[in-house]
Design a protein around this ligand. Structure first.
Ligand SMILES: [Zn+2]
Length: 286
């Protein structure tokens, strides 16, 4: 019965304009949204370290692959495209490993995965992505709730059923209000003057509020997961929101003494903008 009620609520949600609004993006600053396509493997294999061209590929929701040269990051992995309507009525949700492989299989493993918040449509495919060849040690940045959800998934050795730990081992707590380097050195403050490595990636996060799904302020699956799950989440309501973050990413390429910095903002489902972030938004609208 609860699924039926939630199903009707989700119908209202879509009739009222979907779950992605409102977003705090100024006029002229919204990216064109097009149907996500499976990547052509050649586009990525042939991109070289010295090609300091930023590429951003959108997979749907807040799932982006952002890449400079031969290093990149992935945000909010979700390619299984299960609608809230379907999930609420069927009562369960599961990542589709074949879809994950077809969408991400041709990418270079990212330097990190960032989770904006922990609803299923922002992290459902994280673990299947981490199982891809070369992805097993990719760090996952997110909230405590993200970590506790990842703890529900056992790492399985492909050759035996022996457990090798939990995917929460890949988790790194998102730090807010400071620039942190994730590549080439993970976790150190992101300094301006570091000599000239050819590429580096840093992030800065801001805690924000998730936009309501229904006015005036109703949100599905709000709250936190406060203890590590013992088994994979089975229903959408086990993917609680946890903290919601806006991320800024700085991808810096260097050629000789020349610095080529790009700043990318991932707003995701956030609805409020902090004063600190507003300063950076000026950068994004010019
Ligand atoms: Zn959400």
């Amino acid at each position: 019965m609860i699924h039926l009620i939630l199903g009707l609520l989700s119908l209202m949600c879509f009739a009222l304009g979907g779950c992605s609004k409102p977003i705090p993006v100024s006029n002229g600053n919204v990216m064109t949204i097009s149907k996500p396509a499976i990547l052509d493997q050649r586009d990525y294999i042939e991109q070289r370290r010295e090609d300091l061209v930023l590429s951003i590929h959108w997979f749907g929701t807040a799932n982006y692959y952002i890449r400079l040269g031969d290093v990149g990051i992935l945000t909010d992995p979700f390619v299984s495209y299960k609608s809230l309507f379907r999930i609420v009525f069927s009562g369960h949700t599961k990542s589709d490993s074949e879809l994950v492989k077809s969408f991400y299989g041709s990418l270079n493993p990212p330097e990190a995965i960032f989770i904006g918040h922990s609803h299923y449509d922002h992290m459902l495919d994280t673990v299947e992505a981490l199982k891809l060849s070369g992805w097993n040690s990719v760090p996952v940045y997110g909230s405590e709730t993200t970590k506790n959800i990842l703890a529900g998934y056992k790492k399985e050795s492909p050759s035996s059923s022996q457990s090798e730990g939990r995917w929460s081992e890949n988790w790194r707590g998102t730090k807010t209000l400071e620039w942190i380097e994730i590549y080439p050195i993970e976790g150190k403050p992101c300094e301006e003057d570091e000599g000239f490595p050819s590429l580096s990636i840093c992030y800065k996060a801001f805690e924000a509020q998730h936009a309501p799904h229904l006015p005036p302020n109703f949100k599905y699956f709000s709250g936190k997961v406060t203890k590590p799950l013992k088994k994979p989440p089975h229903t959408a309501d086990e993917f609680k929101e946890g903290a919601t973050y806006v991320y800024l990413f700085k991808l810096i390429g260097r050629r000789g003494n020349e610095e080529l910095p790009y700043t990318v903002a991932l707003v995701g489902a956030a609805t409020n903008i902090t004063e600190d972030l507003k300063k950076h938004m000026n950068l994004l609208t010019c």
